[in-house]
Write a protein that binds this ligand. Structure first.
Ligand SMILES: NC(=O)c1ccc[n+]([C@@H]2O[C@H](COP(=O)([O-])OP(=O)(O)OC[C@H]3O[C@@H](n4cnc5c(N)ncnc54)[C@H](OP(=O)(O)O)[C@@H]3O)[C@@H](O)[C@H]2O)c1
Length: 215
């Protein structure tokens, strides 16, 4: 155990889709839910997304609360081979808060020169989840808000390192051709599925925020 608390955030349709088939995902949930999601960011030491999300959405990942938090969460991209574009909003905003690209160990000179921190997490094909959490702990990060997408979220669930799920559900239906919230887990028996204990339900505008902890 790394000692880092990981909260997995989903913002989905009623049928647990996070985007249309073409990747369009802005905006599924309401402005009230998005404001709450910014509060969640502010309440964590770091925010984490996969490179798929950076390439699709070009997110800033800052906590834009009113008032702004005293310190911004560290913004981390799981990006094994350093594909984060130099022109992305993340890299272009390093002056407003730390940006980390967590790689599989390859040096990333160009990104490093642009002010991004490179964390070398393992030396496999993909950035290693446990190595990332160890490095985060060593950096004094006690909590991470994992914002997806589904591929990275599935790796964290498979690794058994998610402590809590914050699931925003909007009252719309996207259908089976939309992108699922969670990638494949490779389960062959239901008994092997992680069970989650519901601990809170909050109505936010027309959306609902359900919070679960690992049972
Ligand atoms: N509605 C929402 O709340 C929400 C939130 C987030 C995203 N989205 C949507 O989700 C889509 C992106 O999701 P996605 O699943 O394609 O991408 P993703 O999960 O954001 O990123 C996946 C990529 O992360 C990298 N990665 C590094 N280490 C990994 C590891 N240990 N395990 C798994 N992946 C690792 C891999 O690329 P490398 O091998 O190159 O490192 C992988 O392809 C977009 O359409 C976005 O709009 C929606």
């Amino acid at each position: 155990m790394s000692g880092v608390r990981v909260t997995l955030k989903f913002a989905t349709s009623l049928d647990a889709r996070i985007a249309l088939a073409d990747g369009t995902s802005q905006w599924i949930t309401s402005s009230e839910s998005r404001a709450k999601a910014h509060e969640l960011r502010a309440a964590h030491d770091a925010v984490l997304v996969g490179i798929g999300t950076v390439l699709a959405d070009d997110p800033l990942l800052t906590a834009r609360t009113v008032p702004l938090p005293k310190t911004q969460p560290v913004r981390i991209v799981a990006d094994s081979s350093g594909r984060t574009p130099i022109g992305s909003r993340l890299v272009q905003s390093v002056s407003s808060g730390r940006v980390v690209v967590a790689t599989n160990g390859q040096p990333q000179d160009i990104l490093e020169r642009s002010g991004v921190e490179i964390w070398r997490c393992g030396n496999g094909i993909r950035m290693d989840v446990h190595a990332l959490l160890r490095r985060a702990a060593a950096e004094g990060i006690g909590s991470i808000l994992l914002e997806g997408g589904g591929t990275l979220a599935a790796s964290f669930i498979r690794a058994g390192v998610v402590d809590e799920i914050a699931w925003f559900v909007a009252p719309i239906l996207i259908g089976g051709d939309g992108l699922p919230a969670l990638g494949g887990l490779g389960l062959t028996e239901l008994s092997a599925a992680t069970r989650w204990k519901p601990v809170a339900t909050e109505r936010i505008g027309d959306d609902v925020l359900n919070t679960y902890v690992r049972s």
